[in-house]
Design a protein around this ligand. Structure first.
Ligand code: IMP
Ligand code: MG
Length: 185
C-alpha cells in the first residue's frame, strides 16, 4: 500500500508554522472579544476545521461555548456544487449571540456567505469568520474573512483536517495534493 506521502506534491505549511499562526490568531481574537457580555459561540464547520478549531479555541482567553455545524457545498471531487445544505445545525440558539465561524478554507465563498447570512437572519448579535486558508483567486461570491491563517494559490490542499474525497485529513501538516490524484475527476 502506498504511504500518504506518495500523494503529496510538497509541504505548504509545516506543523510548526501552523502552530505559530494559530497562536497569533488566538491572541488577536481574544483581544477583539475581550469585552463581550456572553461567551463567544465558536462554531466549527465539520469535518475540515476540526484540527484548526481545537488549536485556535484552546488558547482563547475569553469565555467560549463550543458548537459545530456540518454544511456541504462540495461533492466528492474538487468542484463545488454551488448549493449549500446544512446537514447538522447548531445546538445553541444563535439569537443575540456573538458567533465566530471557524472554517478550514474559503474557496468559492459559497459556503461561508450562506452561513453568515443564515446567522444574520437568525438575529445573531455579530458574526465573524475565521478561516485557516483563503484561496482568493477562486472566489465567486464576496466574503469578509475577519481572521485568516494563510492566503494560498489555486492548488488543492490536504492535511491538518482538509481532505480529498475523505482522505488525508490526519496529516499533521498542510500539503499540496499531486494533480495526478484528482486529474480527470
Ligand atoms: P466554498 O464554498 O467553495 O468556499 O468551499 C469551501 C469548502 O470546499 C471547504 O470547506 C472545503 O471543504 C472545500 N475545499 C475547497 N478547496 C479545498 C482544498 O484545496 N482542499 C480541501 N478542501 C477544499
Ligand atoms: Mg469544509
Amino acid at each position: 500500500m502506498k504511504s500518504k506521502e506518495d500523494y503529496i506534491e510538497r509541504v505548504l505549511y509545516t506543523e510548526e508554522e501552523i502552530a505559530k499562526r494559530t497562536k497569533e490568531l488566538s491572541t488577536q481574537i481574544s483581544e477583539d472579544y475581550k469585552d463581550i457580555a456572553k461567551p463567544l459561540l465558536t462554531v466549527g464547520i465539520l469535518n475540515g476545521a476540526v484540527m484548526f478549531y481545537t488549536d485556535v479555541v484552546r488558547r482563547l482567553t475569553v469565555p467560549v461555548q463550543f458548537d459545530f455545524m456540518i454544511a456541504s457545498s462540495y461533492d466528492e471531487n474538487t468542484h463545488t456544487s454551488g448549493k449549500v445544505n446544512i446537514l447538522k445545525n447548531l445546538d445553541n440558539d444563535p439569537k443575540g449571540r456573538d458567533i465566530l465561524l471557524i472554517e478550514d478554507i474559503i474557496d468559492s465563498g459559497t459556503t461561508m456567505k450562506y452561513l453568515v447570512n443564515y446567522f444574520m437572519e437568525k438575529k445573531a448579535n455579530s458574526v465573524k469568520v475565521c478561516s485557516l486558508l483563503n484561496k482568493p483567486s477562486r472566489r465567486k461570491v464576496e466574503v469578509k474573512i475577519d481572521y485568516c491563517g494563510f492566503e494560498i494559490p489555486d492548488e488543492f490542499i490536504v492535511g491538518y483536517g482538509l481532505d480529498f474525497a475523505q482522505h488525508y485529513r490526519n496529516l499533521p501538516y498542510l500539503g499540496v495534493l499531486k494533480r495526478s490524484v484528482y486529474a480527470g475527476k
